[in-house]
Design a protein around this ligand. Structure first.
Ligand SMILES: Nc1nc2c(ncn2[C@@H]2O[C@H](COP(=O)(O)OP(=O)(O)OP(=O)(O)O)[C@@H](O)[C@H]2O)c(=O)[nH]1
Ligand SMILES: [Mg+2]
Length: 316
């Protein structure tokens, strides 16, 4: 049986193997993904983002426990764009969700940077598709909120949960505008700490000031104390009410369309880069780089040349 067929039956080892193939950029992954594709589009994708150490994993762990009590099956993708440097972070994520590791209905997978950064977003989107095709009801994607990878992941989620904490260096004024805009639900975690009330009030007045169109979704701000599992019910209620809003407003269809488009563009980018890297076993890229260094060719001419050669290669 093909890997894809096993994944569609919900097989965990097959899914893990396919995700590894995607991570490695293995050519056979593309074929498997094609067979998987019709089985995707059913899962509810929840992005969890925020600055390092605000409590994303602890909150996710609480939410998973709550979802499990509702008999929902879960996929978790923990993305760490920096772990190539700080190998410990991944282990930390694992440990914090350890209590679910014996539960077969919770499939946890960490992804780290390997090679160029674009590869990570591609692997993450691929992993989401694999877990979706496995039949997982909810897929949680945890990312550290800084940089392009996160923005791409946020675009891929149905609901984006932004986690903030008082004094974590992520006060509203210093926050990346894109991330705050993309938030559908905000958790003000570490509510046991000083400054949480203030942060919540600041966020609410900021959202109140924004001129919104009728029918817009003002992101609810929910205080949580993840270490003590406080506020989890309210947070989950806010998440599910956003899910309802998505369905009734037509926004869900719009987001899914965007996601398909993003996946297509990711795939084009990957195909182009892989093909270019493989022309003459990498020799063609080196040859043009040399020509550029010697000033024998302009960048745009080299780009056109490489694209023409690539088109010929793809015709084959
Ligand atoms: N005081 C307090 N500490 C918390 C709370 N929630 C989480 N923490 C602590 O904050 C630290 C970081 O929590 P994590 O859940 O690992 O945070 P994270 O955002 O997943 O961290 P990274 O994945 O490394 O970015 C841990 O030591 C937690 O115990 C909270 O509500 N109150
Ligand atoms: Mg974490």
């Amino acid at each position: 049986m093909s890997l894809a067929a096993e994944v569609l039956k919900g097989d965990v080892p097959a899914a893990a193997r396919l995700i590894s193939l995607i991570e490695d950029g293995a050519p056979e992954a593309a074929k498997e993904m094609e067979s998987l594709y019709p089985g995707t589009g059913k899962a509810y994708i929840l992005g969890v983002t925020g600055a390092p150490g605000v409590g994303k994993s602890t909150l996710a762990d609480n939410l998973i426990a709550l979802f499990r009590r509702q008999n929902l099956t879960i996929g978790v993708i923990a993305i760490d764009p920096t772990s190539a440097l700080t190998g410990g972070a991944i282990l930390g994520d694992r440990v914090r969700m350890q209590r679910h590791s014996v539960d077969k209905a919770v499939f946890i997978r960490s992804l780290a940077t390997r090679g160029w950064a674009g590869g990570l977003a591609r692997a993450a989107l691929g992993a989401v598709q694999v877990m979706d095709a496995m039949g997982r009801d909810i897929i949680l994607v945890e990312t550290v909120g800084s940089g392009q990878v996160e923005i791409d992941i946020v675009k891929a989620a149905d609901t984006t949960l932004l986690v903030l904490a008082p004094g974590a260096g992520d006060e509203i004024q210093t926050m990346k505008a894109g991330i705050l805009e993309a938030a559908d639900v905000i958790a003000v975690n570490k509510a046991d700490r000083e400054g949480a009330d203030r942060l919540k009030a600041d966020l609410e007045s900021m959202f109140a000031m924004k001129i919104r169109r009728p029918g817009d979704w003002p992101p609810p701000v929910v205080p949580t104390e993840a270490v003590n599992d406080k506020g989890t019910d309210a947070l989950s209620a806010a998440i599910f009410s956003h899910r309802e809003y998505l369905k009734t407003s037509g926004e869900l269809a719009r987001r899914r369309r965007e996601r398909v488009k993003l996946a297509l563009l990711e795939s084009v980018e990957g195909l182009v880069k892989d093909t270019v890297h493989n022309l003459d076993g990498g020799g063609y890229l080196e040859k043009l780089t040399d020509a550029l260094l010697r000033g024998q060719m302009s960048l745009s001419r080299a780009a056109r040349e490489i694209t023409r050669r690539m088109a010929k290669e793809l015709e084959k």
